[in-house]
Each structure stands twice: as C-alpha cells, then as structure tokens.
Design a binder for this molecule. Structure first.
Ligand code: ADE
Length: 238
C-alpha cells in the first residue's frame, strides 16, 4: 500500500513510523510511505499556507489554492502524470485513483470496520490540517473523498490522527504482523462480533495472590473457548 502524507510537520512522524512493526512493514515494502511538506506549496516569499477566515473569528484557515495544487501534484506523480504529459512513459508504478482522506473532528468516526475497508486500498492520501481547518471548497470541490475523525475531542492537527490511522490500517495488511501477532481474533474484529477481546494471562500462575483462571490451565480447549466467548466485552457504541 502506498500512503502519501501532506503535512506542515513531517518531523512529527519520526518515531511512530520509524520503529517496530511499521518500520518493518516499510522495510518489507508492504508499506510505501511518502511525505510532502505543504510549506513547499505555500504562496509568496513567506510560503504562506493559511489566511484569516472570511466572516471573522479566531484562527487561520488553510488555503484552497495551496492545498489543491499539493493534492494534484501527488496524484499526478502517482498516476504517472497528466494525460498527454511528456516523459511519463515507462512509469511502471502507475496506480489508479488514490482515496483521499482529510482529518477533522467533523469527520466520520474511525472504527475497526472502516480500518478494514481502508486496508484493502492500494493507495491513500492523508491530508493533515492545522489551525482552524481547511477551506471548505477543498472538500466541496471533490478533492477529498472522506473526512475522518478519530474521536470526539479536538487535537492540534491531523498528524496524530494520521499516525493512528496508519498504525491501525497497516496491521490489517497481510504480512505486516508476524504469525504471533495475528489480527484475526482481536477486539472489534468481525470474528469476535466486533466485541472487545477476552482478557489474557501469562506466567507466573500466581502473582501477588492473584491466580490465573483454572479453566485456562485445564488444557480443555472446548472449555477455554467457551470461557473466552463469555468474557467478550460489549459491542462498542457509536
Ligand atoms: N483534527 C483535530 N482533531 C481531530 C480529531 N479528533 N480527529 C481527526 N482529526 C482531528
């Protein structure tokens, strides 16, 4: 899967994307993550990316005439250039249209079912907004396919939501998790009825007077399975 991230703060992604499972996924070329600094598309000597809102009010709004050229540049590069443009023959990595996501608290709440749906895509573009948001015409004009929220709280920008989405989506891509880290039977998976997972225990058998449930030590797989089903937490609410 190719993921293009449009952001003013590419440095924020160091750590989450350069360690552990996500680093390994990129080494294995299961994930191809590319950064695009929105400042490079800024206007004038100061590379301005935002402006004050029409109608007044606090904060700044990211400009459509900065964001749209940035989205289009990434799309044109990935799709092998504009039709009729010279020099694009032989670009073997041409792809279909990307799915373009903008992060905002107004968006559709990210749930495991959405994560699984997104993991089937070949190419996504993530637009990370800052300040008060982006000019609505970027959305109304069809440059964004989906607005996504990661919860009912307000963050300083779309970078943390982008990292959350990438982490959740990446672990659904075949080969990203090792065989000991399977994503099949876990919280919110379809196989567990989208419920929360059962609790886990490991050695020692007794810790500070707290014992591992007998059934898990019984070796009776039928009983263990039954116990685990009984432990599943309720379905997450909207
Ligand atoms: N940007 C700011 N807050 C956000 C949230 N909760 N989800 C997605 N994007 C955001």
């Amino acid at each position: 899967m190719r993921i293009d991230i449009l952001t003013l703060f590419p440095g924020m992604f160091t750590g989450p994307l350069t360690e552990s499972i996500l680093a390994r996924a990129q080494e294995k070329e299961l994930l191809d993550i590319r950064f695009h600094d929105l400042r490079k598309f800024g206007l004038g000597a100061y590379h301005q990316v935002d402006d004050s809102p029409y109608g007044g009010g606090a904060g700044m709004v990211m400009r459509a005439d900065v964001i749209v050229p940035a989205i289009e540049a990434v799309m044109n590069e990935g799709m092998g250039g504009k039709e009729g443009e010279k020099g694009n023959k032989g670009n073997k990595r041409n792809r279909g249209k990307p799915w373009r996501i903008y992060f905002s608290p107004r968006g559709k709440k990210l749930k495991q079912a959405e994560v699984e749906r997104l993991a089937k895509r070949d190419w996504i573009i993530l637009l990370c907004g800052h300040y008060e948001g982006i000019d609505q015409r970027i959305i109304d004009g069809g440059w964004i396919d989906e607005e996504v929220s990661i919860g009912d709280y307000v963050l300083t920008g779309g970078e943390l939501p982008a990292m959350v989405l990438i982490d959740a989506v990446a672990r659904q891509i075949p080969g990203v998790l090792g065989k000991d880290e399977s994503a099949a039977e876990e919280s919110f998976s379809a196989s567990l009825g989208r419920k929360k997972e059962y609790p886990h225990y490991t050695r020692p058998e007794e810790f500070e007077g707290l014992k591992v449930p007998d059934v898990l030590l019984s070796g009776n797989h039928g009983e263990i399975e039954k116990w685990r089903r009984e432990q599943l937490g309720g379905r997450s609410r909207a």
